[in-house]
Design a protein around this ligand. Structure first.
Ligand SMILES: Cc1cc2nc3c(=O)[nH]c(=O)nc-3n(C[C@H](O)[C@H](O)[C@H](O)COP(=O)(O)OP(=O)(O)OC[C@H]3O[C@@H](n4cnc5c(N)ncnc54)[C@H](O)[C@@H]3O)c2cc1C
Length: 574
């Protein structure tokens, strides 16, 4: 058996060739699963392809010309995890240094004429703001919020519950409560059956109201029937609010990494898992690129689930019908993919015109900014379907340093623009149009935000192929699996695989492609850990070494690489 060194949270390296549980991927779901399992007394090894924890919740100085500007490589706003108990249960804030800034207003829609409309956590407050533009839209917004509140009361317990055992999580109570208030259900049925675009167009009139309703839940082609469910986004936000983490989104995986290490978990970096080892219908470990094998009683994959169940399994490991089914797990069915521009700036961006028109003390630099119109969003989805680049791109812009100045030198900004409505496979290859597309994105932003022309130090442009390379997610899919209505609950990622178990004993799936969804959520990791614990109950009841330390062969094997020591967990998070 091959033995190699393992980096620990303390920067200590020990030799190890097996663990109770091996987890593929040190994104937030891998580290969440690892933390629950290690705290339960199991030996846990997380194997990560890159040299850092974080995955799509990474904050790093990736712009070479601006090494002190820390860039949020993937996610920005945290909401789903605020509907869970993970931060509390893992003591991420109280013991492991996680700090957050709650946003209120959460978003601001910017009009071409200098007007702005803020979306608050509280629906009534948002309605008050909308009333300045249209009283009928304010009424419609409250009706939407009321309908989506009923959905949120069902969805939140369900999202915290194993999707194949929903009665255990209190979702039924939500259904009964909703059923007892039938007045809410009428409008709800209309919203859910309609297309996202139709639901907005039918109920709302003012452009500044319609724009954020189109922009914020921008997951699915908005003119297709049955996509109105996306508006549920607002129901969830009214429950949980939205926060950003101090230090950037990477702060959550830093805190999880500290929690995991404190419980005895280990992370091995620069280790690409090539294959899950399957012997006699049972997962027995993993093989790394290069051929090294590591053994475990259970393996959890948190990398892209389609990759895990196709490329990483030996032929014939899955039953034939399931092997066919997993090939159809969709990663580019919506024709929409992610394009992102990050900019490092030598001073502060301003929203001069819009700020001047506000009569309250809202600082428009802080919320997420929407300046694409409703029509821009409808047209962008249509352009993606044709394989063409939307013009303008429709997305969300954030000045991360406005809410948290620690992410850049004093008085300087970073800028984050992301759209999920860019073609995954455009007719003109991405490498031939990435820079020009970024130029247009910044030119569009400059109509609303001042300072790009004089303050820009350098920028990073991320296209779907670059996201695919950076995060090993097919088509650069930031949701791991397309977030279409038919891929949620018992159908995520596909029928028969929703409860984290696979037909291969000892192999479990997790990550953004599993229930409840992608996003900064943690529940896929938390619930997968519960299923694994149950399955390894004997081991959990009778852990090996005290305090849950990872079983190692250090005494027998002794090899500790100096280079690996130097790349220790703590140092790698600088
Ligand atoms: C540009 C962008 C913007 C986003 N915006 C938001 C937002 O504002 N709010 C929000 O909630 N969510 C947002 N998301 C989505 C969110 O970040 C992800 O859904 C979530 O972080 C996924 O977490 P995960 O742990 O499941 O997977 P990942 O973060 O993808 O982690 C998987 C890990 O597995 C590793 N890995 C992959 N293959 C292998 C292998 N073969 N061997 C070893 N390791 C491997 C990867 O390197 C990675 O570290 C955004 C994502 C992106 C990219």
């Amino acid at each position: 058996m091959v033995v190699d060194s393992v980096i620990t949270g303390e920067g200590e390296a020990v030799s190890q060739n097996h663990a109770d549980v091996i987890i593929v991927g040190a994104g937030h779901n891998g580290l969440t699963a690892g933390s629950y399992l290690a705290k339960a007394g199991l030996s846990v090894l997380v194997v990560e392809a890159t040299d850092k924890v974080g995955g799509m919740t990474s904050t790093n100085p990736v712009i070479a010309a601006a090494p002190d500007h820390r860039i949020n490589e993937g996610a920005m706003d945290a909401s789903l995890i605020r509907n869970t108990k993970i931060i509390e249960e893992l003591e991420l804030a109280t013991k492991f240094g996680l700090r957050e800034v709650a946003l209120d207003p959460i978003y601001a829609a910017l009009g071409a004429d200098g007007a702005s409309l803020c979306i608050y956590k509280d629906a009534e407050r948002t309605a008050d703001e909308i009333r300045q533009f249209s009283s009928s839209d304010a009424r419609a917004f409250l009706e939407l919020a009321n309908a989506m509140d009923a959905v949120a009361r069902i969805v939140i317990p369900y999202m915290n519950t194993n999707p194949v055992r929903p009665l255990a999580g209190g979702s039924l109570t939500g259904v009964l409560k909703a059923a007892l208030r039938p007045k809410r259900l009428g409008p709800l049925a209309r919203y859910l059956a309609a297309s996202h675009a139709e639901a907005i167009d039918e109920h709302f009139t003012h452009p500044l109201v319609k724009a954020p309703l189109a922009a914020l839940p921008c997951f699915v082609p908005m003119s297709e029937d049955g996509t109105g469910w996306a508006l549920m986004f607002f129901g969830l936000h009214h429950h949980s609010g939205v926060a950003r983490f101090v230090g950037g989104t990477g702060a959550i995986t830093d805190a999880l990494g500290r929690c995991f290490a404190a419980a005895g978990g280990k992370v091995r970096f620069d280790a690409v898992v090539d294959e899950v080892l399957v012997t006699g219908g049972r997962a027995t470990g993993i093989r790394l690129e290069g051929g090294e094998e590591l053994r475990a009683r259970a393996v959890i994959t948190t990398n892209n689930v389609k990759v895990a169940l196709t490329d990483m399994l030996p032929d014939g490991a899955l039953p034939e019908a399931m092997a066919e089914r997993v090939k159809y797990i969709p990663t580019d069915s919506t024709n929409g993919a992610s394009f992102k521009v990050d900019v490092a700036l030598s001073g502060r961006l301003q929203l001069t015109q819009h700020q001047a028109q506000r009569t309250d003390d809202v600082d428009l630099r802080v919320p997420g900014l929407v300046y694409g119109t409703f029509e821009d969003h409808v047209n962008a989805w249509a352009a993606c379907a044709r394989g063409e680049m939307p013009d303008p791109l429709a997305g969300v812009a954030v000045i991360p340093t406005a809410a948290d100045p620690t992410q850049a030198p004093d008085g300087q900004d970073t800028f984050w623009f992301w759209t999920g409505i860019a073609p995954a496979h455009p007719h003109v290859p991405w490498e031939d149009q990435a820079e020009a597309t970024a130029d247009r994105a910044i030119a569009h932003a400059s109509k609303f935000i001042d300072g790009f022309d004089t303050l820009t130090i350098a920028r990073q442009v991320m296209t779907p192929p670059k996201f695919e390379e950076r995060f090993r997610s097919p088509d650069g899919n930031v949701y791991h699996v397309d977030p279409t209505a038919t891929r949620f609950g018992p159908l995520r990622p596909t029928a028969g695989l929703a409860g984290y178990k696979t037909p291969i004993e000892g192999l479990f799936i997790s990550g953004g492609g599993t229930h409840p969804s992608a996003g900064i959520c943690g529940v896929p990791g938390q619930l997968a850990a519960k299923v694994v614990l149950k399955s390894l109950k004997g081991a959990a009841d009778a852990p090996g070494p005290a305090s849950g330390a990872v079983s190692t062969n250090a005494g027998d094997n002794g090899h500790v690489s100096t280079a690996d020591r130097a790349r220790a967990f703590a140092a790698s998070r600088r």
